[in-house]
Design a protein around this ligand. Structure first.
Ligand SMILES: [Zn+2]
Length: 118
């Protein structure tokens, strides 16, 4: 997959780029989850918002159990409230501290391909 050779920012290219941004933060959260594993599954941990904004480092507090539920589906991402982009994702879970969104179309395929647990 490459976007070299084209300066046209089609909506599909934009969607792909945003999907990769989110995949990067998901990998970061996977590392947080693996580091924190010794502290117990019901302890609260700070994860990082997986929205499509590259410079968003918003902290989201949830338990490892809640985090695992998000990670069960390779197209699901963990976001802070208000960080969803309704053009590329749809909300599947609304919680007090966070929301979970699902990707479909080209972004969903990238999300699955980049799934660190696949
Ligand atoms: Zn965010």
């Amino acid at each position: 997959m490459s976007w070299s050779g084209s300066t046209v920012d089609s909506s599909e290219e934009r969607e792909e780029r945003l999907a990769y941004n989110e995949a990067i933060f998901r990998s970061l959260n996977e590392r947080i989850a693996s580091l924190e594993i010794d502290f117990g599954r019901n302890a609260l941990h700070d994860f990082i918002c997986e929205c499509s904004t590259p410079d968003c480092f918003e902290r989201i507090t949830l338990t490892r159990v809640e985090y695992e539920l998000v990670r069960n589906d390779g197209t699901h991402f963990l976001l802070a409230h208000g960080h969803e982009d309704i053009e590329i994702e749809q909300t599947v879970t609304l919680s007090k501290n966070y929301i979970v969104v699902a990707k479909d179309g080209p972004a969903g395929i990238i999300a699955l391909n980049e799934d660190p647990r696949a």
